[in-house]
Design a protein around this ligand. Structure first.
Ligand code: NAP
Length: 312
């Protein structure tokens, strides 16, 4: 007789975190099953209810969101539909089915004005429509479903989906110089590491050894977008490819529709104390992601000549 394997509903399929959840190492008794927007539209409460009731899920993970931060400024209705009303419907359905929900949230619920790292109970004060819609989603989940974990993370990157690493690789191959913001600080975080933390949380919750509530998870160490870009292109150069010249600039020289927190650094002590999850350094996680994005270094090339396309 084989042991029972219980499915876990992953809301989202092709997103960074959803993809990472699907390829994460799951314990023998749990198996992820994803529903992308074509199969489960999070903005349709009846579809949410039906999906949660459809199977004897062990738990639900919400990895879906409206994540186009600048576009959200002009599409507030769509952002709130997905980031507030979707999680609210999901939390109601989970409550009815007696299921725990892990809901992924963001550093953008904070205003970025604190000197130190943000703790879970610090007051939120989002500065963008995206941040406000995600904050509203948190409020709904907390009010509706006691069996929730809200996992806030930051600066997510992966070898799939849209993210800063992939953007740098693309524009770095096209241009001789990149001007990158150097006065916003945060912790770049691998989607694979968020997925591994989520699996650990679920395993503990489902065996009665977990705790509900809000937790921060980000890879360790902090940098700026400029520092992040430097690390990316150091790895690119080490793999024998040309890299652009990088110029640090202040946020005011790179205006965007949505305001970003100047300090996005998350204090991750609570998840370490409660779940024993200690994030690895962001640079190590970056190196793994670049290994899957970039070809092996060409042995014949010398790093000494791998600078810019003639600009340096
Ligand atoms: N990206 C970041 O830097 C960052 C930073 C902090 C926190 N977060 C949070 O981390 C979580 C995951 O972000 P991500 O970067 O993995 O997102 P992403 O790559 O932009 O993917 C978005 C996901 O949302 C799903 N989705 C979009 N519209 C939907 C709808 N109407 N119904 C159901 N699903 C829908 C997509 O479904 P399909 O699979 O069908 O495309 C996709 O799986 C989000 O909660 C986000 O707020 C992200």
């Amino acid at each position: 007789m084989t042991a029972e394997v219980r499915p876990v509903l992953i809301v989202g399929r092709s997103g960074q975190v959803a993809t990472a959840l699907l390829r994460a190492a799951w314990p023998a008794g749990l198996r992820p099953e994803a529903r992308g927007r074509m199969e489960l539209d999070l903005t349709d409460p009846a579809a949410v209810q039906a999906a949660v009731a459809e199977r004897p899920w062990a738990a639900v993970v919400n990895a879906a969101a409206y994540t186009a931060v600048d576009q959200a400024e002009s599409e507030a209705e769509a952002a709130y539909a997905l980031n507030r009303d979707g999680p609210a419907a999901l939390a109601r359905a989970c409550r009815a089915a007696g299921l725990p929900l892990i809901h992924i949230s963001t550093d953008y619920v904070f205003d970025g004005q604190k000197d130190g790292a943000w703790q879970e109970d610090d007051p939120i004060n989002p500065q963008s429509v995206y941040g406000a819609s995600k904050a509203a989603g948190e409020v709904e989940v907390r009010a509706t479903l006691p069996q929730h974990v809200i996992l806030r993370t930051a600066w997510v990157f992966s070898d799939s989906g849209h993210n800063f690493v992939k953007t740098m690789l693309r524009v770095g191959a096209e241009r001789d110089e990149l001007r990158i913001v150097d006065d916003q600080r945060g912790s770049p975080t691998a989607a694979d590491d968020i997925a591994a933390a989520t699996v650990t949380i679920l395993e503990r919750l489902l065996s009665g050894r977990g705790a509900y509530g809000t937790f921060h998870f980000a890879n360790s160490g902090t940098t700026s977008w400029y520092g992040f870009a430097q690390a990316i292109f150091e790895e690119v150069a080490a793999r024998g490819q040309n890299v652009p010249r990088l110029t640090p600039i202040p946020t005011r020289d790179y205006p965007t529709p949505a305001a970003r927190p100047m300090n996005s650094v998350l204090d991750c002590r609570r998840i370490a104390q409660t779940y024993g999850i200690t994030p690895r350094p962001w640079a190590a996680a970056l190196s793994d992601t670049l290994d899957s994005l970039l070809p092996e270094p060409a042995a014949a090339q010398s790093p000494a000549i791998q600078t810019t396309k003639g600009a340096r």
